[in-house]
Write a protein that binds this ligand. Structure first.
Ligand code: CDP
Ligand code: CDP
Length: 215
């Protein structure tokens, strides 16, 4: 049978990867995996069990037990889980286990959309379509801020901005699978784009890439 089509979407925190990936998966009838949730689920399992976040052996074992079914962003969205996820995401044994599960997911027919930090570079380097979605740190912090306030919560813009910068530093600076665009990724800067405009731009890129591929 034909290999499943993989659309790889990478970029920094709050660039709009998740929003875009869900829309793309809907439009093409593909399965979607937010790989950040696999790191978050591992972190939550460690926190719930009262296990340390700095023991690579313990964290790697937990990562091997994570189930892709039932990953839920609502349950995994807390700040504490995000911080813990970012810490264990630097550990090679954690990454090895989660990348294996993500690769297995990427084989689902007729196609998949995976979003994260290292999909185009490490998880699915042969993906026929790669997007690197960015926006300025200021715009990304503003989006996070609006998201929290929109849900009726209280937010501190300066705190969110410094969190976004710290997350960027950790993602870009780690030795194993640092955040960076794959050589063959299409860059999509959404700083000045609405969600709708970003989707249209992405769709144009994807349609052209799939057409080239089917020739
Ligand atoms: O998945 P990632 O962390 O990259 O971002 P997201 O959760 O998809 O998007 C973060 C927030 O930015 C959401 O509240 C989106 O609705 C918003 N957003 C936006 O305002 N404009 C865009 N072009 C994309 C996302
Ligand atoms: O919390 P944030 O929206 O920045 O990120 P996320 O997409 O929910 O991912 C949680 C953590 O997992 C982040 O700290 C990422 O660095 C890490 N991650 C990763 O290392 N590789 C991926 N493919 C996806 C997420």
């Amino acid at each position: 049978s034909k290999p499943a089509i993989v659309i790889a979407i990478d970029g920094p925190a709050a660039a709009g990867k998740g929003t875009l990936s869900r829309q793309i998966a809907d439009a093409y009838g593909f399965h979607h995996l937010d790989t950040g949730l696999t790191y978050r689920a591992t972190a939550k399992a460690l926190l719930d069990a009262g296990l340390p976040l700095d023991d690579e052996k313990v964290a790697g074992k937990m990562a091997r037990e994570v189930e892709l079914a039932g990953l839920d962003r609502d349950i995994l969205s807390t700040h504490a889980i995000g911080e813990a996820a970012s810490k264990i995401a630097v550990m090679p044994s954690v990454r090895r286990a989660l990348v294996e599960a993500q690769r297995a997911f990427s084989l689902r027919q007729p196609g998949t959309v995976l979003d994260g930090r290292d999909i185009g570079t490490v998880v699915c380097p042969d993906a026929p379509v790669k997007l690197y979605v960015t926006a300025s740190a200021d715009v990304r912090a503003r989006r996070r801020y609006d998201e929290i306030v929109g849900k009726g919560g209280e937010a501190d813009y300066d705190g969110i901005f410094s969190d976004v910068k710290k997350r960027d530093e950790r993602d870009i600076g780690r030795a194993d699978s640092p955040l960076k665009p794959a050589d063959d990724a299409h860059l999509l800067d959404t700083s000045e784009m609405s969600i709708e405009a970003a989707f249209r731009a992405a769709k144009t890129i994807i349609d052209a890439a799939l057409k080239r591929q089917s020739k």
